[in-house]
Design a binder for this molecule. Sequence first.
Ligand code: ZN
Length: 640
Amino acid sequence: MMPDHGERKDATPATARHNHSVLAELPFDDRQDFADAARGFIASLPEMTLKRSDGRVVYSLTDYAFLSRSDAPDTVNPSLWRQARLNMHHGLFQVSERIYQVRGFDISNMTIIEGERGIIVIDPLISTETASAALELYCRHRGRKPVTAVIYSHSHVVHFGGVRGVIDGADVAAGNVIIIAPDRFMEEVTKENVLAGTPMVRRAMFQFGATLPKGERAQVDAGLGKVTSRGTVTLIPPTQTIKEPIEVHRIDGIEMLFQLAPDTEAPCEMHMFYPALRALNLAENATHNLHNIYPIRGAQVRDANAWAKYLNEARDRFARNADVVFAQHHWPIWGNARLLDYLAKQRDAYKYLHDQTLRLMNHGLTAAEIAERLTYPNSLAREWHVRGYYGTISHNAKAVYQRYLGWYDANPANLNPLPPRARSRKSLAYMGGAAAAISRARADFAAGEYRWVADVMSQVVFAEPDNCEARELCADALEQLGYQAESATWRNAYLLGAQELRGNETADKGTARASDIVRSLTLELFFDLLAVRLNGDKAAGRSMVINWRFPDTGERYVLTLENCALTYLAERHHEDAEATVELDRSTLNGLMLRELPLPEAMEKGLVRIAGDAAKLAELFAILDDFTMAFEVIEPLRRKS
Ligand SMILES: [Zn+2]
């Protein structure tokens, strides 16, 4: 482990100059967002720190007190500083008649609509702790009413994880509460986070900066909100899904028009219009920042064209009859003329990004060249709500390219280059060794060439991971890039990279998968996950066929291992299987959650094996376990 050089540096003169120049480029005297973010405020908690029952802090705004000053320090881009201050608004807000939001109790908003018998909760935040605190705040000021319905606007955990903090599973089972979600909700919830879940959680640390300290030289915001809460994640499956492009329902006396918007910000997402309330809820498709066509935590690339299309349809069908538009992040926009203008610009930001990337691609430019070239037209550039606090034009343009043409730029020199470590060693030798490279990089650092210094010093680190000088210079360059970034996610990534290069271990490498989500996995996904864990090297030369029977659900599968690949067929059993495994789905859940060890389950007769029991043990012995504790900014230290 590297010694802790730990100290966070000051902004260099080049960074200070860069950040000052932003003040002249953007309309900082436009204070409308501050008025909107504060409008309708009713109350909040005197101290905004929420804890788990064991006392661990789940979410806190207390560490952000430094954001009370209005002028940005040199170590933060003033545009991001402004957004970070806007995202500090927290508490219960009235949006319009019958519509309330709790904001700043998590990275997302909880929207509450007052129905005839009780209240409808839209998106119960990430954790039960933050969700129950948000509901409690509402009740204290608006009276205690039963929750009659919960609506999940889309399949991201930020919008459902706290559900057991606002309702009880028994009430859902008894039919006292309905839960509504867009089509394919359960499928998408489990799909996104399971097969690639481990690296996604590790990479999300770079995107959100949840494990970074808060401060002028550290995390200031996440763009979409302050930070993600880290409490108890739950899930109760919907009782009803929206399947048609447009559906009209009366929920607790409130008429709601649901518009499916698939393949936008999430694979399944929906907008809602409440005609009698003249209010439009756009889930997460129109927020006060340019969103991600590709989040840097890693995910499948989203469809910017579909995003623009569904926003356009919502604007055309609903917005004309709306007095307010809001989303499940950030603050609303009031007034019909303003909201139509807002939605036109939101729509056009995604459309422009999509079309101009394709245009330049059709002229032969590569992803990196397009990302470098593309900027907003003047009519969008000065609109705060399309600025890149979360997504950026740069990484989104690369994502659009990837969606159509993939990772390869068609230059055969880039088709099969040496992998990072080997490439770095060769480059370094050509440069005349680490010392020569570092000395040239110091001159470039002094000239403010941080992108290049970070790039080339990272190569030195990959060639010589223990080279402290290279690590420190790489960290210094990343840090200045972080200080200059308008995007919160870029800032967080740069600063966490710098922190890890300086040898500060990221203390908390993430949490276990929520048990509600594990219980919701389809068996197909369970077998897919098993197959992903199969160690191809250890499987060499082995073959087996195992039948699986789940008496409680009546499901059957046959699992085949050959050629180091694990495949399965549903509704099938093989006559010549070496073993047949019989267990209830609930037992499988216990095994997956590691609440029940396999030997104990077998001893108790919960797992019954007919045939060659050793085959199952053989299979489990060649499955890998994954850990979040892998290196990102340097070569992997552990062999996999
Ligand atoms: Zn989302």
